[in-house]
Write a protein that binds this ligand. Structure first.
Ligand code: ATR
Length: 438
């Protein structure tokens, strides 16, 4: 099979896509079953023989890929005729390929949600634009190759697939950080984001795990993923939420590494601050993330008093009743976990935001001014391209605050340990996170 990536001048997008595809063909062992797989790139207005742009070379080098030997190729009818798949970066390129009789071979690279959107052209832009396009291409080219398996073009080889299942998953940074760790550790594995409907969650989870891979589960599937496990960890059993899965000897296992992720974040956030050994905590939210937070606070004796507030108060009440049932009495005594109708007038030492408010860069789950006194620490489990609104507000009030990026990395490192029984290469995951804009 021959896959040709097409852009304009063949100095940025399509060479980066080609480099990503070559590596994926390799890690997936696509050539192992006697498949002939050729990957190349061409431009509709390329000056043949031009080198890859500096921005593209830097972006790929950061992912241990090299474009130094790349020389551009002009798209011709002959190249089109020799190709089985012509993956275009934009509609204009697809139109040219269609004029050259590309027919049904011509397609736009789809984004994580399956939409045929153009890939942004970073040409002449800042390095971070090249880096962003590169990350985008990693996801899209991964999706293209995965699609080819199901279309019967190729059979997957030995490389294992890891996926994050959820909806939406477009904002997920998990593919970037896990693929960086896989590459550094030299693993034959690839991590994808897969938008997943509730009805197919169990089938996909078990199929991926039993094929020798694994993955993560995110909003809103963490609770229903539990039903697909044969062996659930203590954290899964107690929280009723699973965010990590894999299989051993044909048996599907699940864990909730958000607990470990939160524990690490908590310790880091409180370190060096003169706070009581067991402070008073206000937890906002009563979804899957709140379950991991409450489990950690209760089972590790981290808090003296825990107030739980949620927009829908019945859900907070049910969560309190749930933890009263599943928490060993010796762990519960001394902690006063209660659902509260209002956060106004509360005076917690630490506030934890476990709602999804702020995920789109807007909104506050509570008004910090409405508390009787400002907390010392704010932990926002939300993260985004920019500092979250809640963290921004807290910092302006002089409160020590951190967003969910640390928890993301710590839960990802714990997931890696579940899958491979060893630590991921140190520091690689956090280094792979894009910089937050302030
Ligand atoms: P997760 O697994 O990330 O916790 P979830 O189970 O969907 O996701 O829970 C989302 C949490 O964010 C819930 O506590 C939800 O409150 P409700 O139970 O009232 O739905 C909270 N949340 C979402 N949008 C909110 C908003 N606009 N204001 C306040 N809370 C909100």
């Amino acid at each position: 099979m021959t896959i040709t990536f097409v852009c304009t001048g063949n100095t940025c997008r399509s060479p980066m896509a080609e480099a990503v595809a070559r590596r994926l063909v390799d890690v997936h062992g696509l050539r192992e079953h006697g498949n002939r797989v050729v990957v190349r790139s061409a431009g509709v207005a390329a000056l043949p023989g031009s080198p890859a742009s500096l921005g593209a070379r830097r972006a790929t080098a950061a992912a241990d890929l090299r474009l130094d030997a790349h020389r551009s190729l002009r798209l011709t009818e002959r190249l089109i005729a020799e190709s089985d798949v012509i993956a275009c970066m934009g509609r204009g390129h697809a139109a040219v390929a269609l004029e050259m009789e590309g027919g049904a071979k011509v397609r736009l690279l789809r984004d994580e949600e399956g939409r045929e959107l153009e890939v942004a052209d970073p040409f002449g832009g800042r390095q971070e634009e090249y880096d962003r396009t590169f990350r985008e291409l990693e996801v899209r080219v991964g999706g293209l190759l995965a699609g080819l398996f199901t279309e019967g073009f190729a059979r997957p080889g030995k490389g294992a697939s890891y996926v994050v299942l959820g909806n939406p998953v477009a904002h997920s940074l998990s593919p970037a950080i896990h693929n960086a760790a896989f590459r550094r550790a030299g693993r034959r594995a690839v991590y994808w984001a897969r938008p997943t409907r509730s009805a197919e969650c169990g089938t996909v989870l078990r199929a991926v795990a039993l094929a020798g891979g694994g993955g993560n589960v995110t909003v809103p599937l963490k609770e229903e993923a539990v039903a697909s496990l044969e062996i659930a960890s203590r954290a899964v059993a107690a929280t009723g939420a699973c965010n990590t899965f894999w299989a051993e000897d044909g048996v599907v296992h699940g864990d909730n590494t958000d607990v470990e992720g939160f524990l690490g974040t908590w310790r880091g956030a409180l370190e060096g601050l003169r706070l009581p050994a067991a402070p008073d905590v206000l937890v906002v939210g009563a979804g899957g993330a709140a379950r991991a937070v409450l489990y950690a606070l209760l089972n590790f004796g981290l808090a003296k008093r825990i107030d739980l507030w949620n927009r829908t108060s019945g859900r907070a009440q049910r969560l309190v009743e749930h933890f009263a049932r599943v928490t060993p009495p010796d762990r519960l005594s001394g902690h006063r976990l209660r659902a509260v109708d209002s956060w106004e007038g509360a005076a917690p030492d630490v506030v934890v935001n476990a709602t999804s408010v702020g995920i789109d860069g807007e909104g506050l789950p509570l008004d910090l001014h409405g508390l009787a006194s400002p907390p010392r620490v704010l932990i926002d489990l939300v993260y985004g391209k920019e500092t979250t609104p809640l963290v921004r507000k807290a910092l302006a009030l002089g409160i020590s605050a951190r967003d969910g990026r640390e928890m993301l990395v710590r839960q990802a490192e714990a997931s890696y340990r579940c899958w491979f029984g060893e630590d991921p290469p140190a520091g690689v995951m956090s280094a792979a996170l894009p910089q937050t804009r302030h």
